[in-house]
Design a protein. Sequence first.
Length: 120
Amino acid sequence: MADLVDVDLGEGERADSRREALGSLLGYGTGAGAALCHGLAVERCPPSWPVGVLALTAPAMVGSNAPLTMLGTTDPRSWSAADWISDVVPHLAYGITAYAAHRLLSTSVTPSQPRRSRPW
């Protein structure tokens, strides 16, 4: 990916560390994007927990794996069962945690009163 935007990551251990850091940042962005879309989509009608967890897990998996697949970095069709488990488990943990956090935060906030128009 760094080659596409013409960024030099250095060589050796330095490049490996930067690659790992970029992967982490992309993961944070994917998780935040999935949570934002989920929050906007379920604002009025929250789904049950299995549906909500799946609705967060699936986009997080697709959002993290699709770009890497399109760049040719990985090919999920060639993954072993252990590879799939190592990919599904953290994304599922994310889905459970994000769903629980959203439910806790949305139930602890009282709906705001309608805003009155201001005279100025």
